[in-house]
Design a protein around this ligand. Structure first.
Ligand SMILES: [Zn+2]
Length: 580
């Protein structure tokens, strides 16, 4: 078994290892390649435009991250074509369909990028150009493989002119138009061939040589060799379904329904998840995963351990169905925590409407597990992941709960990703993300940004002001955008643009979005009027940052539109993330 995935960079341990293994395959399978050429691969990925082409690396990964093959596709976005620089399996690991699966993925990508097709070199199968029958046989097998896709050598040109006269096996230039019904015009072909030769042989080919080969393209449109091996008209079609590595990893809090506060007006209810899920199922861009269990140390890494212990203890002590609402609020810095557990609730809570009950702690812990599993999917190479969880978490501070929140899943996941590079949290819930602000207020490695209703009229009332910017090393790494009670969606996009500019300026490796859908029109806890189209546009803007992005579900209580808005947000995020 293997999976094909795109490797965007070498920042995470798993990607670093994959790139290293690709370089090893390059060294062993392409022994004529210079060390310099192989060494530049990480830089090619990180800095896509430095080398004129955007490098797109796909690996076929077996168990334990073993790279069993790879393809390096170069994309020229201006001339609008792809050049397949390398496609190779690891030595002695031929077969198993890896080459075919990689080439399928390459074609799918080239089509997704809306290019005119894929060009690549293939060693010749004619006795004049390939004298050794054994090598010729291998070359023929390769050309036969590509012919099944309709990819054949371009003929009547001087492309096969050896760089050094008399050299055996000068390559053909093969063209795969991806089954698109279009011809390749001479002038286009000439520009493309020049770009390929300059990239590939710029160091060793003379300008005269390049000129001569380019000028040799005379047919208009360019002609491909007649099929030599495959007589049937049927060529392999491109799979139209979305490849696994371009899907959003979806983690759903599976035990959430047992946390059900039935008091009147408690809008944070199980139906929220079902409503969202139903709509997501109609968008074929997700791949579901099961949540894993994570150790509690991830929680105590951001929450006070006394607070965590308290929540566990008090919840376990409550009878099923019973709720404790805090009613005494000791001034924490001078008072001792009350001995009696229900009374102590006010020592750790920020409001009077978030109850403790038997299941709250366990279900909140499961939401954390989901968020962490989703974060681990990002580390495993998924570009986008979504933890669809409840209860929400962004109001939970280092040592307090409230606002329907107990553990801050968003902050815990951001802290976990933060071990592998700078992380930015963007909170787009209607209410201020006071939890993350409090947790990371003195840190410079996690930037917290929140767009929310001004605390003068909106929960949590005590934080979210513009002048809260972080302290100590964290100074300048907390940004609040408190907004008025009503304004139009155009204004919202302006603010979001500004927030995204701050994210980009921080140059994070990861983005965590605290997604509140309570910014929607008609939400019982908000006053804004965003509609499905706005969510789509906002999602697209966030996706266009092209960052590995984990989305954690926070608020959103207008059950009639919750699902539709979530679906639109993710459609936008997804198309933004995979735009060029
Ligand atoms: Zn909210």
């Amino acid at each position: 078994m293997f999976r094909i995935r795109r490797v965007y960079d070498d920042f995470t341990p798993i990607n670093k290892e994959a790139v290293k293994q690709v370089q090893k395959i390059l060294r062993t399978q392409f022994y004529l390649l210079s060390r310099k050429e192989i060494a530049k691969l990480p830089e090619q990925l990180r800095n896509p435009f430095k080398y004129r082409f955007r490098s797109i690396l796909f690996v076929a990964e077996g168990s334990k991250g073993m790279v069993r093959g790879f393809a390096l596709l170069l994309h020229e976005p201006i001339l609008n074509f792809c050049y397949l620089d390398y496609i190779s399996t690891a030595k002695r690991r031929m077969g198993g369909g890896i080459g075919g699966a990689l080439y399928d993925r390459v074609r799918e990508e080239a089509l997704h990028l809306k290019t005119i097709g894929v060009f690549f070199e293939c060693l010749p199968d004619s006795p004049e150009l390939s004298r050794d029958p054994e090598i010729r046989k291998q070359n023929a097998a390769r050309l036969r493989f590509y012919e099944r896709y309709g990819a054949r050598p371009i003929v009547n040109t001087a492309y096969e002119t050896p760089l050094k006269p008399g050299t055996d096996n000068p390559p053909y230039l093969v063209y795969d138009n991806l089954g698109q019904d279009m011809e390749l015009h001479r002038d286009t072909a000439r520009i493309i061939v020049r770009a390929i030769l300059e990239r590939k042989y710029g160091d060793i080919a003379s300008p005269d040589y390049i000129e001569k080969v380019v000028e040799s393209f005379k047919d208009d449109p360019v002609k491909l060799r007649e099929p030599k091996y495959i007589k049937r008209e049927v060529t392999i079609q491109i799979r139209r379904s979305i490849p696994a590595d371009r899907r959003i990893a979806l983690l759903i809090s599976d035990q959430h329904a047992i946390h059900h506060v039935r008091e009147r007006g408690y809008v944070e209810s199980p139906v929220r998840i079902d409503t969202i899920l139903k709509e997501l199922d109609s968008a074929d861009i997700f791949q579901k995963f099961k949540p894993r269990r994570f150790s509690e140390r991830h929680i105590t890494a951001v929450h006070d351990s006394k607070f965590v212990d308290y929540l566990k203890k008090v919840c376990a002590s409550l009878e099923p169905g019973a709720s404790v609402y805090p009613y005494v609020f000791p001034i924490r810095n001078v008072a001792r925590p009350p001995k009696d557990l229900p009374v102590r609730a006010g020592y750790y809570c920020i409001d009077t409407f978030t109850p403790l009950n038997r299941n709250a702690c366990m279900v909140a812990k499961r939401a954390v597990d989901c968020a962490l599993t989703a974060a681990s999917k990002i580390l495993e190479g998924h570009r986008l992941a979504y933890a669809l969880v409840r209860p929400p978490g962004h109001h939970a501070e280092r040592r307090s709960f409230g606002g329907f929140c107990y553990f801050n899943s968003t902050a815990i996941a951001a802290n976990y990703l933060g071990k592998h590079g700078k992380t930015s949290i963007l909170d787009i819930d209607y209410h201020h993300g006071n939890g993350q602000q409090n947790i990371f207020y003195e840190r410079a490695d996690v930037m917290t940004i929140s767009i929310h209703g001004h605390p003068s009229f909106s929960y949590p009332y005590f934080s979210g002001f513009r002048d809260e910017k972080g302290i100590g090393p964290g100074k300048g790494y907390n940004v609040n955008f408190p907004l008025p009670e009503s304004f139009d969606s155009k204004r919202y996009r302006e603010i979001l643009t500004e927030a995204l500019r701050r994210v980009a300026g921080f140059r994070p490796r990861f983005l965590v979005v605290a997604l509140g859908l309570d910014t929607a029109k008609g939400d019982p806890t908000g006053s804004w009027t965003l509609n499905a189209k706005d969510f789509e546009a906002n999602g697209r803007m966030i996706g266009s940052l092209h960052l590995p992005t984990l989305v954690v579900q926070e608020g959103g209580y207008g059950n009639r539109v919750l699902g539709v808005n979530a679906r639109n947000f993710f459609m936008g995020l997804w198309s933004g993330a995979y735009s060029i």
